[in-house]
Design a protein around this ligand. Sequence first.
Ligand code: UGA
Ligand code: MN
Length: 334
Amino acid sequence: MLSPRSVNIKSVRFLVFTALVIFCVMLGLKLMVNLPDPGIYSALDDSKMVSTQLRQLRAQVGRLKILLAKNGIANPYENLESLPTIFAITPTHTRPLQKAELTRISQTFLLIPNFHWIIVEDAETRTPLVTNLLAQSGLSYTHLNAETPKEWKLLLEDPQWKKPRGVKQRNAALQWLRNHADPRKPAVVFFADDDNTYSLELFEEMRNTKTVSVWPVGLVGNVRFERPILDEHDKVANWSTGWRPERPFAIDMAGFAINLKLLLDNPDAEFSFDAPRGYQESTILGAVVTKENLEPKASKCTKVYVWHTRTENPKLNDVKGKVPGMVVDWTVEV
Ligand code: UGA
Ligand code: MN
């Protein structure tokens, strides 16, 4: 016969065992519900790892390009035959912010394969600051200058929007391309102002442009972003902009890239001082493409890969002689 004590122990053991089994089953069920589908999980993980590795490799290539440039050695791997070249045209002008802006964008450009920078100074001659920056940049580049005529120069007291900027410089770059680019080689032309912010994705979006590609631009026109609006066939139907949507191409300069061939086939396509305010983009685009032939990029114009940033002009009290006892040292380049 079993004693009442051993019956008690047995039933306690049974209860503990049952509670443990129930707990384990519940835990198992909860984990199964919360875990992502293992297929999706590993695919996401892999692509994240690949893009991280790709970025790290690009950074290494960028550092090696700088090292080659510093030692005066031409980069033997500059041009991958299989990839179209990206020509980025940048007008730039002397101001306290210039070196900071050019440093920032040149180090982004360093990470882009088959990239050629056409930088055009709004100046009577090419300056030592830009010359040295380019020589040490590790980039493939062309350095030009084209000074804005006096009557079109922004005066210190002028509001920014009063006169168009970059007109003469961009035209000089287009002229250089028409004289020097190899028309048989696939290439795309992009207008990269020196103060914007560019993501690497943008350049891969534009690289295979057949006619003119378009995409959203962030922080422009006093709105969060502007973008082309697509119809049900994914063609550009209209423009979502903070300003003058009635323009034929209501898009910022940073919002499009043009296949080089179109610019070579239309030798008169250029920017103009006579264009109404905000019509520079429409002037060049109207000369090479129609709205129907635009190629929307950046996931059907739902992603922002470029920002129309504008850096605040620094107040330099030392230069104005407003810092007692401080001597302005012009031998240091800033
Ligand atoms: C907007 C557009 O984003 C510009 O592409 C366009 O040229 C300009 O309006 C316009 O309406 O003309 P925003 O930021 O107001 O741009 O222009 P900035 O960034 O001041 O100038 C555009 C480019 O021209 C910059 O790369 C800048 O360095 C250069 N620039 C500016 C000159 O070469 N000379 C100048 O006197 C001023
Ligand atoms: Mn700007």
